[in-house]
Design a protein around this ligand. Structure first.
Ligand SMILES: [Zn+2]
Length: 92
């Protein structure tokens, strides 16, 4: 089974962030982020949606809701801290 198929199955079962994907499938977090745009397209072709939860600042609670990119933000625009909870992904 291809990595993309495995990620698709994983995200259908439960919401995961890139770290969880990387640990489950033995790939790097960067690879997980690289696969996601392709998976978004392939699941929409199957009539499903990959839902991205907003990354959130663990310091002040700021949510990166307007972000279009699916990677993890570097730091919070409000408090400037770098403790960011990464975006979560699930397929419905
Ligand atoms: Zn913050």
């Amino acid at each position: 089974m291809s990595i993309r198929k495995q990620i698709t199955e994983l995200l259908t079962e439960k919401e995961c962030d890139a770290r969880m994907i990387s640990q489950q499938l033995g790939i790097s977090e960067k690879e997980a982020y690289d696969h996601l745009p392709h998976i978004i397209r392939s699941v929409s072709a199957m009539g499903k949606t990959l839902i991205v939860s907003a990354p959130r600042c663990m310091n002040c609670g700021y949510e990166f809701k307007t972000r279009k990119r699916i990677s993890k933000p570097g730091r919070c625009p409000v408090c400037k801290k770098e403790r960011i909870e990464p975006p979560g992904f699930r397929i419905e």
